[in-house]
Design a protein around this ligand. Structure first.
Ligand code: ATP
Ligand code: MG
Length: 338
């Protein structure tokens, strides 16, 4: 079996606890020794690796998920993947799964208790590279030993003519800026947001952060963005896409610069998963041999679907539904040779 795409990233267990407890100042206070009844609890499987796998599968790609998961929640994760038609090609371990407890207050603000477990322990030897046949890899942000595994797997991809899409996080870039370039040289499509793009090309120490960022947000920002995107493009990726929330997205493919803004009428309810939906949809369209402007349009439509609804993957669209939405909401993309 050859997959269209294999996503590599985290699978997390997210427990949403609606405490209905009022905040006091900027704190949520729980009395020691008490047993408190909570209003509501919801259990979700999240994490970049599984969320993007769902996005790809719904868009009609034959999809596999590669990651390390804990024995304890194996059943829940595998059932979800099965339901979404995704194959599991990762490793199960006795380690605890990555797990977050999201404590919601009466005023609906959150405190998150998060545990980093199995995800970051994925080793290259855990991957059955001999039997894993895929046209594409899609890398989400991974830390610890799993980051070293991503470097190795990117070399494996290059050697075996497997295309690679990469969507790093700010955290990953700030920890592994230099090492990350080893992946960039093997990358086909790189998608990242503006802060991440700046962080990738400049050694930002905390204090200088805002000063340097400001420069890019300043008057010459278009020119700076073009310089920035070309510089990143030079590091290896064939296509570089820099998003910026509701502001202009810049995409560069060696010849052409694509610029557009998301639809103005979008009311953002919940931003979780916007970046994942955008990046995975862009890659899905390219993997289906669609032109870049079509891919950007699809990515915009799918991310807008996510931010207008609650829940990171509940509203990820099917290919046909996305096409309908694309007809309904055209997107003006400016192309220029730079
Ligand atoms: N407020 C918004 N209004 C309209 N579209 C948005 C908004 N926020 C995000 N989007 C869409 O989602 C895309 C990706 O968002 P963004 O640049 O915030 O990515 P990100 O910072 O990687 O997000 P994430 O935190 O989810 O990883 C944008 O290019 C845009 O198409
Ligand atoms: Mg992101």
């Amino acid at each position: 079996m050859k997959y269209d795409i294999t996503t590599m990233g985290s699978a997390t267990i997210d427990m949403f606890v609606d405490t209905d407890i009022a905040e006091s100042g900027h704190m949520i206070c729980y009395p020691v020794g008490a047993k408190l009844t909570v209003k509501n609890m919801q259990f979700h499987i999240g994490g970049g690796g599984t969320n993007t796998a769902v996005s790809f599968a719904r868009l009609g790609l034959n999809t596999a998920y590669l990651g390390k998961i804990g024995e304890h929640f194996k059943k829940d994760i595998l059932n979800m993947l099965k339901k979404e038609n995704i194959s599991f090609v990762g490793k199960v371990t006795d380690d605890m799964n990555d797990y977050s407890i999201i404590l919601d207050t009466k005023e609906h603000n959150r405190t998150i208790l998060t545990y980093k477990g199995a995800n970051n322990k994925l080793m290259f030897k855990d991957i059955d590279t001999i039997n894993l046949k895929t046209n594409w890899f899609y890398f989400c942000s991974m830390m610890g030993a799993a980051f070293a595994t991503q470097i190795k797997l990117s070399n494996f991809a290059k050697k075996n003519n497997i295309k690679l899409a990469f969507n790093p996080s700010y955290y990953q870039i700030s920890k592994f800026r230099e090492e990350l370039y080893q992946i960039l040289k093997n990358t086909t499509i790189l998608i990242l947001n503006k802060e991440e793009a700046i962080g990738l090309t400049q050694n930002i120490t905390k204090k200088e952060d805002s000063k340097k960022l400001k420069k890019f947000y300043g008057k010459n920002s278009r020119k700076n963005m073009i310089d920035l995107i070309k510089k990143i493009h030079n590091a290896g990726p064939q296509i570089v896409c820099i998003t910026d929330g509701k502001n202009t997205t810049f995409t560069y493919d060696r010849n052409t610069l694509y610029e557009f803004e998301p639809h103005k009428e979008i009311v953002a309810l919940e931003r979780t998963g916007a970046g994942d939906a955008f990046a995975s949809s862009l890659v899905a369209a390219i993997a289906k041999d669609k032109p870049l402007d079509f891919a950007l349009h699809l990515a915009t439509i799918n991310s807008e679907s996510v931010i207008q609804n609650y829940g990171a993957k509940n509203i990820l669209l099917s290919w046909n539904k996305a096409l309908k939405q694309m007809k309904k909401y055209p997107l003006e993309i400016k192309k220029s040779i730079v």
